[in-house]
Ligand binder design. Structure first.
Ligand SMILES: Nc1ncnc2c1ncn2[C@@H]1O[C@H](COP(=O)(O)OP(=O)(O)OP(=O)(O)O)[C@@H](O)[C@H]1O
Ligand SMILES: [Mg+2]
Length: 268
């Protein structure tokens, strides 16, 4: 992927910022079994977009198309359509997947820190990229830990094992590890599913801060979470994008009866 300045906002002719992600008529299949059908969606820069919908509707599949992690699954492929990120077609053959995945970082449902120190978790990929200067690594680690509201909690134990942190702290550390790469986009697949309500609230507070710097896409089964956090919400069903719009509108005035049934809990 070509490099441009992080979080670049390109103005359109109309003066509104260009979307960070433009998904057009995207279809995707696992070994011939269609999982996404003609999905078209714009994802705005520096907003939080939530994907909601019943289990198996394709939320994770769509999320994982955005950094091509699905490429790792044998037989899984985009069958038609396109995804552009900051104007670049990410399914082009010459896309450098390592660069793409640094710019489009991912946080998983089950927090997964490496069995290393807190510090080494945060600087892990910076070291892989060749950053060796201690002062630079220290600064990057502190910035990422401050940005994830962890610094004050861990600054006295940076060289102790990450596995000694609470679940919520481990998940915030995983977010710190991703943002140490200075990505443009953060993908989060049910990031609070394994956390208690207080740890969940902390992540939600964090999301509000993170969107000042990052474009965030979050998959959630928690309707209250979507309505608290997301600027825009996309409702999916059976591999199709049924409806998308400002979160308030999706929850209070959905246009499609399927969306209404889902957000009111009468789906079935
Ligand atoms: N690795 C895979 N191989 C084959 N089929 C898969 C694979 N992953 C997902 N699918 C299928 O693709 C469809 C969409 O699955 P996906 O995981 O994207 O749904 P989801 O909306 O994230 O569901 P959940 O809310 O349960 O996480 C489902 O029919 C699922 O069985
Ligand atoms: Mg899923």
């Amino acid at each position: 992927m070509e490099s441009s300045s992080p979080n670049e906002r390109t103005a359109t002719a109309a003066g509104t910022p260009a979307p960070a992600v433009e998904i057009r008529d995207l279809s995707f299949a696992y070994s011939g079994k269609q999982a996404l059908h003609d999905v078209s969606l714009d994802i705005a820069s520096r907003e939080i977009t939530a994907f909601i919908g019943p289990s198996g509707c394709g939320k994770t599949t769509l999320l994982r198309c955005l950094n091509r992690i699905n490429d790792r699954i044998p037989g899984a492929a985009v069958t038609s359509g396109s995804i552009k990120i900051h104007g670049i077609d990410i399914n082009r053959r010459d896309i450098d997947l390592q660069v793409l995945r640094r710019r489009v970082g991912m946080v998983f449902q089950k927090y997964n820190p490496f069995p290393k120190s807190i510090y080494e978790n945060v600087v892990y990929s910076l070291r892989l990229e060749g950053m060796t200067k201690r002062s630079e690594l220290d600064e990057a680690a502190e910035t990422a830990l401050r940005d994830t509201a962890l610094w004050d909690e861990v600054k006295d134990r940076l060289h102790r094992s990450a596995l000694g942190l609470s679940g919520g702290q481990q998940q915030r550390l995983c977010i710190a590890r991703v943002i140490a790469n200075r990505p443009d986009i953060l993908l989060m697949d049910e990031p609070c599913a394994a956390l208690d309500p207080i740890a969940t609230l902390k992540i939600e507070q964090l999301l509000h801060d993170l969107k000042k710097q990052y474009t965030v896409v979050i998959v959630t089964h928690n309707m209250a979470q979507a309505s608290r956090c997301a600027d825009r919400t996309a409702f999916m069903y059976l591999g199709k994008l049924i409806e998308t719009g400002p979160t308030l509108q999706i929850f209070s005035e959905p246009q499609d009866p399927q969306t209404e049934a889902y957000v009111t809990g009468s789906f079935g």
